[in-house]
Write a protein that binds this ligand. Structure first.
Ligand code: HAM
Length: 403
């Protein structure tokens, strides 16, 4: 037997998956977003330049290979880079104005699989281009809250500001001084981060390191006036939307492209991998990938992590089950099913069965109506129908059934 690869799962008739997508898509459209789909395979350099060489994703987790045409390619580990590439390639950065996109699909990261952490997982995400103001950051966060509320999922929102090109460099210097003061005792990863991307030390999972950074300078205390004002405004907006948050000064995110607003939604009850959504502002990425400077903000949520938490609405019986009592009625059953499917969900049974077994079959697929045809119905041009919700039975003309 051949099994799926480690950390890669099948999704088979999972109603929560489709319910999640329908809900998220409806809400994204309510916020003015339209659908974008980008290829799963991209040039490796796209992710190196955007997600960043120092990130774990690029450093250790890429599904990267040389294709038959000698191109260095990579299965996308996340969605933002591809959307930004498409945005620039289609010259939408030159068009000006506001562009809002949502997407969903598989992402690939060669991580150590565990509960909530897969090698192929699915994200739903949005990217908004062209709005500089934190109104858009608040709106993007409100959209996540709306999606989670609609799905009955509880959450905690963690918020931070990563500053901008004015305030980040002097902060980085202060942080490096602090790291140097404890350098003897920090882990090997942090020693490496000191040169590649010092702020990543702040979310090191090593407890000893965390203790050593406890009195490190905080980004939030070192923001320039404009970033500090924006952050205050964002907090006020979230309060006005009744969205509770907590400031997490160590929230730096694992991807290098962020500046200013950074956030993560976490949820209890799904184990250690409790981040269900994350995102932030990335005002410099479009320019960094050779586009016209364009402010941008977005997020992505991990669908598999959310599925465990989705509260499904009570499922109602739906559609028709139709079957024959004798061989001679089977083709008529198929004809009627074919025509009725123009306006309703119809599942046809191909084998003749007793009435009792047809009723069982209808119940199994949660049909609202069980429709059966035998010799009498065939001769009278009628069908026998049972409404399985109201438990009522009737015989009606075939023309009425099709109407
Ligand atoms: P991210 O935080 O790397 O951000 O991923 C977003 C979400 O994807 C996480 O919060 C988590 O729910 C889910 N996720 C990540 N890795 C795995 C995994 N191995 N298995 C299962 N679920 C996972 C990004 O990807 C950014 N592109 C988000 C963004 C969009 N920022 C701006 N725009």
């Amino acid at each position: 037997m051949i099994n799926s690869l480690r950390g890669m799962n099948d999704i088979i008739c999972d109603e929560r998956f489709t319910y999640f997508l329908q809900t998220a898509e409806r809400i994204a459209k309510n916020y003015g977003y339209c659908y974008i789909e980008t290829p799963i395979l991209e040039e490796t350099s796209l992710f190196k330049r955007s997600v960043g060489e120092s990130s774990d994703i690029v450093g250790k987790e890429m599904y990267q290979f040389i294709d038959k045409g000698e191109n260095d390619v990579c299965m996308r580990p996340e969605g933002t880079a591809g959307v930004v590439r498409a945005f620039i390639q289609k010259k939408l950065d030159r068009a000006g104005g506001i562009h809002r996109y949502y997407y969903y699909g598989p992402m690939f990261r060669y991580e150590r699989p565990q509960k909530g952490r897969l090698r192929e997982f699915h994200q739903f995400g949005v990217e908004s281009f062209g709005v500089e103001s934190v109104y858009e950051d608040a709106s993007v966060i409100a959209m996540i809250a709306d999606i989670l509320d609609a799905l009955g999922i509880g959450y905690k929102l963690k918020l931070n500001s990563l500053g901008c090109k004015e305030c980040m460099p002097p902060y980085r210097e202060k942080l490096i001084s602090h790291i140097e003061s404890v350098e003897e005792e920090i882990c090997e990863d942090c020693k490496r981060r000191k040169t590649t991307n010092p702020i990543r030390v702040l979310d090191c999972k090593n407890e000893k390191c965390q203790e050593l950074y406890a009195d490190a300078p905080k980004l939030i205390d070192n923001l320039c006036e404009s970033c500090a004002q924006d952050f205050d405004k964002l907090k006020k907006l979230l309060q006005s939307y009744d969205i509770a948050y907590e400031i997490d000064t160590n929230l730096v995110r694992g991807l290098d492209y962020y500046s200013k607003t950074a956030f993560e939604f976490v949820s209890d009850g799904i184990g250690a991998q409790n981040a269900i959504a994350g995102g932030g502002r990335y005002d410099r990425l479009v320019e960094f990938l050779d586009g016209k400077p364009t402010p941008a903000v977005g997020f992505a949520m991990g669908i598999e992590r959310l599925l465990e938490l989705v509260q499904m609405p009570q499922t109602k019986r739906e559609g028709y089950y139709i079957g024959a009592m004798d061989e001679e009625s089977i083709e008529l059953v198929l004809q009627l099913a074919h025509q009725k499917r123009k306006n309703a969900k119809v599942v046809a049974e191909y084998k003749k069965k007793s009435l009792k077994n047809h009723l069982k079959g209808a119940d199994k697929i949660n049909a609202k109506y069980c429709v059966v045809i035998g010799e009498n119905e065939r001769n009278d041009k009628t069908v026998w129908v049972k409404n399985l919700e109201e438990k009522t039975e009737s015989i009606i003309p075939q023309s009425e059934f099709l109407a």
